[in-house]
Ligand binder design. Structure first.
Ligand code: ZN
Length: 451
């Protein structure tokens, strides 16, 4: 059953997208028009309409619970470290075909893309399906990270929060969208993206720039505990190369120690961290010297080179250019040089990929229609209003919104702080809510855009 109802100037118009109307809904529509005669309060009517739709979506999400759980457990059981996602990608493609996606394909860098519908509201659910490693196996408290058990309403395993639960739930959300006949309103892409843990945004950038897929809105599957997130700090990884002059340690006055020069630069970087910008929503910009490599002819020589590695977190208003300039302006830099690190890898498809390690800051306005539609949809799906917040970590939003300017939010089950831990679990109840919420977002967005 399907519907969406537009309200204009307080009048309830049944300009309704009927996909497959059924008798039951026809009855409810009559009830609604009677209801409207009694109620002139537009928001009240809208609320009732949405709630009827939400009830149906929730019913369908609950119906599919066992299938979503099984699909999630299947994809958690397939290890999929960055650049090694082939097997999980093929399993996801199979599920997409089984539930009736209109088109399923795998792109050159190893993303899997399912399309449902071909309507004018183009929305992409992006879920990266690579995971980090498992760390110390002993710290999984007897659980096998690739044998995801269902215990007391929870599923445990590597990647279950980050982000395979979102992958499973959005595939089934798209299935419901199709069942409701909403394909003429929305084009919904569900993407399982590769290599995010190694280089966030890289494969999304490829997908949108080279594969002919251009969404107008993006929903990321990074964990938000079913809240709506709308940004995070950016990041740039830099290296400073410091030159010295080698000499025998017995004649150290004849050399120039790259190590001593580096030490002065490190102290300047520590001070720089204290004066970086602060933003009330995203937090403070930071800089951390994370590693140093020293070149020396022997342990009895003056070091001739040093390389400092920097992790720079960028808040609102900070860019790679401003971050580079700050380093160049440090009093101790002298002839040292700073540059942005490059990422290079080979995707599981064999394609070589590369990108500079710059991940721009992004924030979507809280009043943006995508944020507001998601809040409304999730409230209708769950009965409680979601928080609007931001991540502490980075996501593929650095590409979709940070580099390409496509309005982006996050909505997914799971706790952000469980990502990359050996305690990764998801509540099955949250998984069902995630299906319902994701199924309601595109139609709520379509309705708001049509107003
Ligand atoms: Zn993630």
């Amino acid at each position: 059953m399907v519907f969406g109802v537009f309200l204009t100037n307080g009048s309830l118009e049944t300009m309704v997208f009927w996909g497959r109307a059924n008798r039951c809904f026809a009855g409810r529509a009559r009830w609604l028009s009677e209801y409207k005669r009694e109620m002139d309060d537009e928001s009240m009517v809208m609320c009732e309409v949405n709630q009827m739709n939400a009830d149906k979506v929730r019913e369908l999400a609950k119906r599919d619970e066992a299938a979503v759980v099984q699909f999630l457990r299947d994809i958690v059981a397939i290890p999929s470290f960055s650049t090694q996602e082939e097997n999980v990608v093929k399993r996801i493609a199979k599920e997409m075909e089984t539930v009736g996606f209109d088109e399923v394909r795998i792109d050159a860098v190893g993303n899997v893309i399912g399309r449902m519908g071909n309507g004018p509201v183009k929305i992409m659910f992006d879920n990266h399906i690579d995971t980090v490693g498992v760390g110390d196996p002993a710290s999984w408290k007897g659980r096998d990270p690739f044998d995801p058990k269902l215990e007391n309403g929870k599923i445990w395993g590597r990647g279950v929060v980050d982000e395979k639960a979102a992958m499973a739930s959005t595939v089934y959300a798209a299935k419901i969208i199709k069942e409701l006949g909403l394909g003429d309103q929305c084009t919904v892409w569900v993407v399982g993206s590769a290599i995010e843990e190694d280089c966030d945004g890289l494969t999304q950038l490829h997908l949108i720039q080279n594969e002919g897929i251009r969404p107008d809105y993006v929903v990321l599957g990074e964990p938000t505990d079913l809240n709506v997130y709308r940004g995070h700090r950016g990041r740039v990884e830099m290296i400073i190369t410091i030159k010295g002059r080698s000499a025998h340690a017995a004649h150290c006055e004849k050399g120039v120690s790259a190590l001593y020069k580096a030490a002065r630069i490190l102290l300047d970087i520590e001070k720089l961290n204290d004066r970086l910008a602060h933003d009330d929503f995203l937090g403070k910009g930071t800089i951390t010297a994370s590693f140093m490599d020293v070149k020396t002819a022997s342990l009895n020589s003056v070091p001739n080179a040093a390389i400092i590695y920097l992790d720079r977190r960028l808040t609102v208003g900070e860019t790679k250019e401003s971050a580079l300039e700050e380093i160049r302006a440090l009093p101790s830099m002298g002839d040292a040089e700073v540059e942005i690190l490059q990422y290079e890898a080979t995707a599981w498809t064999g394609k070589k990929v590369e990108q500079d390690k710059y991940f721009p800051t992004w924030v979507l306005d809280e009043q943006h229609v995508l944020v507001q539609a998601a809040v409304e949809a999730i409230e209708a799906a769950r009965g409680t209003k979601p928080k609007v917040s931001r991540w502490v970590f980075s996501t593929n939003g650095v590409a979709t919104m940070g580099r390409l300017g496509i309005p982006t939010i996050g909505f997914a089950p799971g706790l952000e702080e469980l990502a990359h831990t050996t305690d990764e679990y998801i509540n099955v109840a949250d998984l069902v809510d995630a299906v319902a919420g994701a199924a309601l977002i595109p139609q709520t967005l379509a309705r708001r855009l049509a107003k």
